[in-house]
Design a protein around this ligand. Sequence first.
Ligand code: ACO
Length: 370
Amino acid sequence: MTATKGLEGIVATTSSISSIIDGVLTYRGFNIDDLAENATFEEVAYLLWYGKLPNQSELNELLGKLGEYAAIPAGVLDALKLYPKNTNSMAALRTAVSSLALYDEQANDMSHEANITKAIKIQAQIPTLIAAFARLREGKEPVAPKKGVSVAYNFLYMLNGQEPDQVAVKALDQALVLHADHELNASTFAARVTVATLSDIYSGITSAIGALKGPLHGGANEAVMVMLEEIGSIGNVEPYINEKLANKVKIMGFGHRVYKNGDPRAKHLQKMSRELGKMTGNMELYEMSVKIEELVTGQKGLKPNVDFYSASVYTTLGIPRDLFTPIFAISRASGWTAHILEQYENNRLIRPRAEYTGPVDQKVTPISER
Ligand code: ACO
């Protein structure tokens, strides 16, 4: 038995949800470029769950359910108020999502009908949890979700307590489309491993959030912003990046396990970053990002991934840095839940092997002789 480090290149399951073939990303056979330009996040979530794009009445029904389920249980909200103010936002989300199960009578109902309802509930409640957490730590009252509006609209509305700008809603909606699913990424794999034991959907999503938190995965978007802040201005980009590369320090937001010729989602976020910069009259973050890309791609051949330009996009939208990865979770909840449903449909326990590299033939000596 020989291990493959990081399971690189291992095909661990079949799936009909999303594919990456020759660098092209599709959801259910639709190219991500087409979806990013022509579909909303709710349409994409429907596509991931049901395997087809919704017609108008199906979309209206889904929007109705998302609105109906968006309020979080009082017990979960009360507990959020007790979290220490400096709690890591992904740790807060992980804990809060886990606690949603305590208030859902269907939590352990394994029927498909109950699981699809829970998928929509989780999708509806994650934005509410994040916005409530963000306000509570600033001593503000949470804002109740609105009904009949998009996930992007509702999140910005609940976060800021005012009607969001239409440009911001559109930009966030497109970012949500781009992050919704990504084949067998680390967090989706974690979710599938968890539910393949026939554990419940909340356990699967809690595992996924834990996996997304790390900077080699979803946590990279926040780490990109930390880097941009450390660099501070365009004039500092070159010495900063050159020093990091010379010391073999990873530049966050670059590289990918699967894409070696560039992440197809990055160009949409780059365009969004440029347009938002122009609109707000502040191009500095965009220009710094472009300069970083020139240096990293020029010297290492590494291309930006989905996380790189999302940092400047979210900052320009006025979103605090530590909510970037939770926003990724808002979007990926659709993909996670779709994969969980698919896993249940054709389940087999996921239990690989390890290549043993430890000592052999050891004998227990009495404790007094050790
Ligand atoms: N900056 C500098 N060097 C890098 C980077 C980077 N961002 N990424 C990879 N490399 C280098 C490594 O140092 C290594 O060099 P070496 O062979 O000289 O030791 C080589 O490229 C291979 O790197 P691995 O980490 O083994 O490649 P892997 O396929 O495991 O990595 C990963 C993929 C984890 C995404 C990596 O590129 C990385 O750490 N990037 C930065 C973090 C990041 O942006 N993560 C988000 C990914 S997208 C997502 O999850 C949403």
